[in-house]
Design a protein around this ligand. Structure first.
Ligand SMILES: [Ca+2]
Ligand SMILES: [Ca+2]
Length: 273
């Protein structure tokens, strides 16, 4: 479980996207993997060149203690024999099939989805395979400054819109504390633990995490808020109510858990007008 998150995000050069491997939870199907990527404001990863294929491979393997074997990418045949599309709409203009693949195992209604092996080659497989996956999202900005709006008001009605981009990493060499400790650190600078309110917002926080050496960070949403929040990015099987705090993994997926683990964090503070 102690995977390093340091090298999991890779920027492709031609398009402004980040690729990242799903975290601890495997998808239950290709559709489930696509849904998880959608929650992060993106899609399953696409490769239109060897360079992009290598960037996906890098996201899949670099910095990991254990290679994932294979992971879903966004390619599929939609039930049409040997006619592949990326995410159901973009034609395949580049391919990197493994020798003797695609082999359409299982016949016409068989292997219709595609995984990348951890050597970069592709294999068609059943869309119900339970394996990790690689997402792509628009590259989050270096700094995030959200304009104050009613949608960004917190539960108390206060406007807290300005995200301190990285002081927690820059100013605290060992920023990891229990959630109460991290909350206190935010309060000390006039803020609260950040509450992601949209996919782009959530993915920005995950991108900060991927730049650190930590596996997850605390966000300021508690169990009592679960029913009222408008955006969420729950990972498969969560919330399973095994704790009242929420951590965000490096791919942006959420997990509820006990509050006593030591984690990194991001604060949000009121914007100075
Ligand atoms: Ca196959
Ligand atoms: Ca949980």
């Amino acid at each position: 479980m102690a995977l390093s998150a340091t090298f999991l995000a890779v920027s492709a050069l031609d398009r402004d996207v980040d690729f990242f491997l799903s975290s601890f939870v495997k998808a239950t199907s290709h559709d489930d993997a696509q849904h998880s990527c959608n929650l992060q404001g993106g899609t399953l990863a696409t490769a239109f060149s060897e360079e992009e294929n290598l960037a996906i491979l890098k996201a899949m393997t670099e910095g990991l203690h254990q290679k994932p074997g294979g992971a879903y990418i966004g390619l599929g045949d939609m039930g049409h024999w040997n006619s592949y599309l990326w995410n159901e709409n973009q034609p395949m203009t580049y391919s990197n099939w493994a020798p003797n693949q695609p082999d359409h195992g299982g016949g016409p209604n068989g292997e219709g989805c595609v995984e990348m092996w951890d050597n970069g080659q592709w294999n068609d497989l059943m869309c119900t395979a339970q394996i990790p996956f690689v997402c792509e999202v628009p590259t989050p900005p270096d700094q995030l400054l959200l304009k104050c709006s009613p949608a960004l008001q917190d539960a108390t009605g206060e406007r807290k819109c300005h995200y301190e981009a990285s002081w927690e990493f820059a100013h605290y060499p060992k920023p990891v504390g229990t959630q109460p400790e991290d909350e206190a650190a935010c309060a000390a600078v006039g803020g609260i633990l950040a509450q992601p309110r949209s996919a782009a917002h959530n993915q920005w926080m995950a991108s900060r995490l991927r730049m650190s050496t930590h596996d997850s960070l605390w966000i300021g949403i508690k169990q009592k808020d679960f029913d009222s929040i408008k955006y969420n990015a729950w990972s498969q099987g969560n919330p399973d109510h095994d704790g009242s705090c929420i951590e965000v993994w490096w791919d942006g997926a959420w997990n509820d858990r006990d509050c006593q683990a030591a984690k990194a964090f991001v604060c949000e503070v009121p914007q100075s007008e």
